[in-house]
Design a protein around this ligand. Structure first.
Ligand code: BG6
Length: 449
């Protein structure tokens, strides 16, 4: 990787912090959801999670020993503003100040995500993402945070995976708030999320003039099975194609942000249920940002039929899979996803999240051996190195995740960490993948081939 490449690791507030009712924090929709019987595997909650709120020093040390230049973490909105808006909770800000102090001691650059799914419950009760006022509530929160941190934080990511907020949170029962909304409502919520993003960008620019800003979408990535121009074009088409009632599509969010409008087909496809839009909305939404932080996990292979038309090919029986249903191992996705995105949006790319869920356990020797994750990282990073060599400006990579954590509806039954967490004792054990990543960072990726 080139010498300026930014190696990082990521986490999110609700997944690791715990201290759910300490120091003035109010509940988020994930507290309510995880406390509702039947919603989370084995009744797990994020009440304690990795207890990072009390153990952040130990966790920052793990980052330092790993050798990363960057740490991506998110802020809990309801820790800062227990009423969602209005009164500021100084103790909430103080926690993040301490975390920043610790990071700066080790010269680790903070990359702050402003929203990683934990909407204050009190705002949900006022309509949440469906309330037309929510973009301005978010703007207020972002104003408070960015004014407070000032020059201490330069890198901001506004919203993590708007696709999942809508598709899994509002169009399925799997994530909080656990209500299925109509297509019209999902489109309206998506529009409000985009508007919240745009207003946030303007606020950050005002408060931190030299800030570097991005947002972190995900996508249904499609990769060509054969590397010939016709196959690549077919894969690209499928990658960006809008699909009715599917809010996971990348263009639904990234087109308005980077190109200033929804895809053309959007207006036809949803003509009866279009969201209410103000006349300047798209201008606000497309306020220029610096980076695309794309979260990349899996992909689908596109083959072409006899007539030259692309189609998604089923995975061969027994092909490599992770320990979580949706994640097949498709290393080429780390080549084609940044390439397709850069060619459409012309923004430098960070891989905002990438990692593998494995069945990890402590071995007799007291260590955690995770050969599948090591192999995953090796293969995915090799593809990333290849795409960078081919001229796509991939500027950084965040391993997901630093720690095993509260994996949303899966509770603690799924592990994504490069550091193992014993959730009974809170002991951390670096897995083999942690050491592999450390070596890779040290060698600037020269070990990848
Ligand atoms: C991303 C999220 O979608 O994937 C993370 O941003 C999450 O918060 C990760 O932990 C793992 O997947 P899942 O299945 O829990 O969404």
């Amino acid at each position: 990787m080139d010498k300026n490449f930014i190696w990082g690791a990521g986490t999110s507030a609700y997944q690791i912090e715990g201290a759910f009712n300490e120091d003035g924090r109010s509940p988020s929709i994930w507290d309510t959801f995880s406390h509702t019987p039947g919603k989370i595997e084995r009744k797990h909650t994020g009440d304690v999670a990795c207890d990072h709120y009390h153990r952040y020093k130990e966790d920052v040390k793990l980052l330092a020993e790993l050798g990363v230049k960057a740490y991506r973490f998110s802020i809990s909105w309801s820790r800062i503003l227990p009423n969602g808006i209005g009164e500021i909770n100084e103790k909430g800000l103080a926690f993040y100040d301490h975390l920043l102090d610790e990071l700066s001691q080790y010269h680790i650059e903070p990359f702050v995500t402003l929203y990683h799914w934990d909407l204050p419950q009190i705002l949900f009760e006022k309509g949440g993402w469906l309330n037309p006022q929510i973009p301005s509530w978010f703007e207020y929160y972002v104003d408070v945070v960015t004014k407070h941190f000032g020059k201490r934080v330069r890198n901001y990511i506004t919203i993590n995976e708007p696709q999942i907020v809508v598709q899994v949170g509002m169009h399925s029962l799997e994530h909080a708030p656990g209500i299925i909304y109509s297509t019209r409502e999902c489109l309206q919520a998506s529009h409000h999320i985009l508007l919240a993003h745009g207003l946030a960008v303007r606020k950050i620019r005002k408060n931190v003039p030299d800030a570097l800003i991005g947002f972190a979408p995900c996508s249904d990535s499609v990769v060509p099975l054969h590397n010939d121009p016709a196959s690549v074009e077919e894969a690209r088409k499928l990658f960006f194609q809008l699909r009715k009632d599917n809010f996971h599509v990348v263009t639904l969010f990234s087109d308005p942000v980077f190109l200033g409008d929804y895809p053309k087909e959007y207006y036809e496809m949803y003509k009866d249920v279009l969201p209410k839009m103000g006349k300047d909305d798209l201008k606000i939404i497309s306020t220029p940002i610096d980076y695309c932080y794309q979260n990349v996990y899996t992909g689908a292979y596109c083959d072409v039929d006899a007539s030259g038309k692309g189609y998604i090919k089923d995975f061969p029986v027994g092909s490599p899979q992770s320990n979580i249903v949706w994640e097949d191992v498709v290393p080429e996705t780390n080549y084609w996803t940044p390439k397709f995105l850069y060619e459409r949006y012309h923004k430098p790319i960070f891989i905002g999240e990438n990692g593998m869920c494995c069945h990890d356990a402590v071995s007799k020797d007291g260590k955690v051996h995770d050969p599948n994750r090591v192999d995953f990282m090796d293969r995915y990073l090799t593809e990333l190195k290849k795409v960078q060599k081919d001229g796509i400006p991939v500027v950084g990579y965040f391993a997901w995740s630093l720690l095993d954590n509260f994996e949303w509806a899966w509770g603690y039954t799924k592990r994504f960490g490069i550091v193992y967490v014993d959730f009974t004792t809170q002991k951390r054990i670096q897995k083999d993948s942690y050491y592999f990543y450390r070596e890779t960072i040290k060698n600037q990726g020269e070990n990848l081939r």
